[in-house]
Design a protein around this ligand. Structure first.
Ligand code: LHQ
Length: 259
């Protein structure tokens, strides 16, 4: 349910239930988690590229396997979040390597918010982001209530989540929700070359950068300045910093090794 391929330092993960618009069942959750844990562990992986197979990116939770018409006990969706979505979000945000998301088509519900949680999001011009939760009586999960509010502010976050109106990729880019919208047939090339470029970068410094930017949301300036001091100290000790400065002085491209 998740295709994984490691090439040029990029772990490409393709959500692969195309006939269900790559909506999440338990098997796909576990498969994605296994791959992200691997990305945390393996030094050879220096960037992750997440995308979807077929015409959609991800339609959120698979709504097909819990049919309320069949009766039975009411589901505990809190348990589903605790067991699957929350750990997934934490794995993406805490990975000290860039996660690029190529949104190849519709991203709905938790699918939209998983995309938004990635570090750099490119979307096909035809893709749409839908906070579909309100249509089925749920609340925005997979970090959406947090990320949408921080990125867009309350007015747009509330309008999107209360109405469940689709947001076209280009508007998402104009609003700063994603990095950019690109022509459909250029998406994978552009996302792949971006991921490869980042994978060839100073991985340690990039990881610290990602962490600092994320921490800024909740730090005050004084704490953030302290964190910059500590992280710069660490970056300054890396082999890649020495190589970067040497390459600059020698007027050549740096060859970073990710440490
Ligand atoms: C699907 C799905 C889907 C199953 C399309 N499931 N089959 C967390 C905790 C626990 C529980 C609950 O939820 C959550 C978080 C969430 O993510 S809640 C939000 C869940 N997602 C949605 O509400 C979105 C549901 N899907 C849609 O609204 C539409 O499919 C969109 C707008 C995404 C795409 O519309 P279309 O392009 O018109 O495609 P379609 O509706 O025809 O879908 C194609 C097929 O995919 C179809 O199957 P079929 O056998 O009829 O061809 C759909 O049934 C299936 N599919 N989403 N979430």
């Amino acid at each position: 349910t998740v295709l994984a391929a490691l090439e040029s330092g990029v772990l490409k993960l393709t959500l692969n239930r195309p006939d269900k618009l790559n909506s999440f069942n338990e098997e796909m959750h576990v498969a994605l988690r296994v791959q992200l844990e691997r990305a945390h562990r393996e030094d050879a992986i220096r960037a992750v590229l997440l995308t979807g197979a077929g015409r959609g990116f991800c339609a959120g939770q698979d709504l097909g396997n819990r049919d309320p018409r069949k009766g039975g006990p009411k589901p505990d969706l809190g348990h589903t979040l605790q067991t699957y979505y929350n750990p997934l979000l934490r794995l993406i945000r805490s990975l000290d390597k860039p996660v690029i998301c190529a949104v190849n088509g519709v991203a709905a519900g938790a699918g939209a918010n998983i995309a938004i949680a990635c570090d750099i999001v490119l979307a096909a011009r035809s893709a749409k982001f839908i906070q579909a939760f309100a249509k089925i009586g749920l609340i925005p999960d997979a970090g959406g209530s947090w990320s949408l509010t921080r990125i867009l502010g309350e007015p747009r976050a509330k309008a999107l989540t209360l109405t469940a109106e689709p947001l076209p990729a280009e508007t998402a880019a104009e609003w700063g929700l994603i990095w950019k919208a690109v022509e459909d047939d250029a998406l994978m090339n552009e996302a792949t070359s971006l991921a490869e470029k980042l994978a060839a970068g100073p991985t340690l410094g990039l990881g610290l950068t990602k962490r600092l930017i994320q921490e800024a949301a909740t730090n005050d300036l004084d704490s953030q300045l302290d964190r910059e001091r500590d992280c710069q100290r660490e970056a300054g000790l890396s082999e890649d910093y020495a190589e970067g400065v040497t390459a600059f002085l020698e007027k050549r491209e740096a060859e970073f090794r990710g440490r």
